[in-house]
Ligand binder design. Structure first.
Ligand code: SF4
Length: 401
């Protein structure tokens, strides 16, 4: 499909809106009322430090709601006000945060149901309003909704759209897009729908496997099996890896995306030589600023003298998981939670999600005596949620001296 010309015609439609309905200033003020926290404001003013009896809390210097998420959430609220009586749907969670999604449900915004990764649009009717979330939607979903006569409110973050432009450039030059991401993640599903030929690599280890194949050290059957769900239809590694461009899911670990880019550049250099490199390798920077800032702040935070770290964000939030990875790489005791309710203030327990595992409950969460806790949160987490976690820690420290 010519995705660029489809987008052009969609953007000209009077049933398509990607600017929202209010002024950006009013939008920011409305969100402040609902999600901002005075406690967090005062901790920020105090050098990101809170001291409460035996408890010391050190906040990361960049955390929480990013610009793209704030904009998406505010546009969703505006949509409800603008269409008070229409049926409003959203193609997925607006962002990966349970409290924000619950808030939308209470405003009677319906979520498109999905089973085993397949969404059911059968209930969506002509004239309905459909919101596309911050991490976008596939071009096929947009086409379906447009043809059905829906009003589309597109809150896709411009950083995500930038990645779509990048893979479209790869497609135009008949380059294969190598996307650093999680092939099942909504953002990567959307990005790959705009690409021509593509391959999704999860991490450096998978990228190395692909690099080895390009250099003639691989097994075709093994390759096809490994990437059967993470490549475009009829992907042929012997043909489709001759010219490649790198793009990424905006919330991946920045340092890893950069290493993957360098690895593939070197691979094509070795395979084709410096004179022909530009015919075989294209690189664009598609890392989002907010992700970069939050990861940078986390690297500084883990250098502080801390007893433990609490990372707050949805369990399916990619950027939160990467913050947790940074803590783990330093061997710090760390806990990924999605809501303050995961901390049991009566019995001093915490229910948390260790990386790549299921939820576990741990006793003796806050140790006795002086304790320093580092805190950060993913781009989809409002400050109010971070405040509630800190309040719980303060109560625990008072009770459990
Ligand atoms: S994390 Fe980056 S790409 Fe994702 S919504 Fe925020 S600003 Fe946009």
């Amino acid at each position: 499909m010519d995705t660029q010309s489809f987008k052009r015609s969609l953007h000209q439609s009077d049933r398509y809106n990607r600017r929202g309905f209010g002024s950006p200033t009013k939008r920011a003020q409305a969100l402040e009322k609902v999600y901002q926290s005075s406690l967090i404001g005062s901790i920020r003013d105090n050098g990101y430090l809170l001291e409460h009896g035996r408890l010391k809390v050190k906040l990361a210097e960049a955390f929480g709601f990013c610009w793209g998420v704030e904009r998406a959430v505010a546009m969703a609220y505006e949509t409800r006000r603008h269409y008070p009586n229409e049926r409003i749907w959203i193609t997925n969670e607006i962002i990966h945060n349970p409290s924000v999604n619950d808030h939308l449900r209470k405003m009677n915004v319906r979520f498109i149901a999905a089973e085993k990764g397949v969404k059911d649009f059968s209930g969506v009717e002509n004239g309905d309003v459909v919101i596309l979330p911050a991490f976008g939607a596939t071009v096929q979903e947009m086409q379906l909704l447009h043809e059905r006569g829906c009003h589309i409110i597109d809150t896709t973050c411009p950083w995500v759209s930038k990645v779509w432009h990048t893979v479209e450039k790869h497609k135009k030059h008949t380059f294969t897009s190598i996307i650093h991401g999680k092939y099942k993640h909504e953002e990567t599903l959307a990005t790959s729908s705009f690409a021509g030929t593509y391959l999704v690599v999860l991490d450096l280890e998978e990228a190395q496997y692909v690099s080895d194949y390009i250099l003639g050290n691989g097994n075709r059957e093994d390759f096809l099996l490994r990437f059967s769900k993470a490549s475009s239809p009829c992907f042929d590694p012997d043909k489709d890896l001759a010219s490649i461009g790198v793009a990424n899911q905006t919330t991946m670990l920045k340092s890893e995306t950069e290493e993957i880019g360098r690895l593939f550049e070197l691979t094509m250099l070795r395979r084709y030589g410096p004179e022909k490199l530009n015919d075989h390798f294209l690189a664009f920077n598609t890392i989002c600023d907010a992700t970069e800032e939050r990861q940078g702040a986390m690297f500084s935070l883990v250098d502080e003298p801390l007893d433990m770290l609490v990372v707050i964000g949805g369990f399916n939030s990619s950027n939160t998981t990467h913050l947790q990875e940074i803590a783990i790489s330093r061997g710090l005791r760390s806990f990924h939670i999605d809501t303050p309710e995961r901390i049991g203030e009566v019995d001093n327990t915490i229910s948390h999600m260790p990386l790549g595992k299921s939820l576990v409950k741990e006793d003796s969460f806050l140790p006795k005596g002086k304790v320093s806790v580092g805190i950060t949160s993913g781009a989809s987490t409002p400050d109010r949620v971070v405040e509630d976690v800190i309040q719980k820690l303060m109560k625990l420290s008072d009770m459990n001296v």
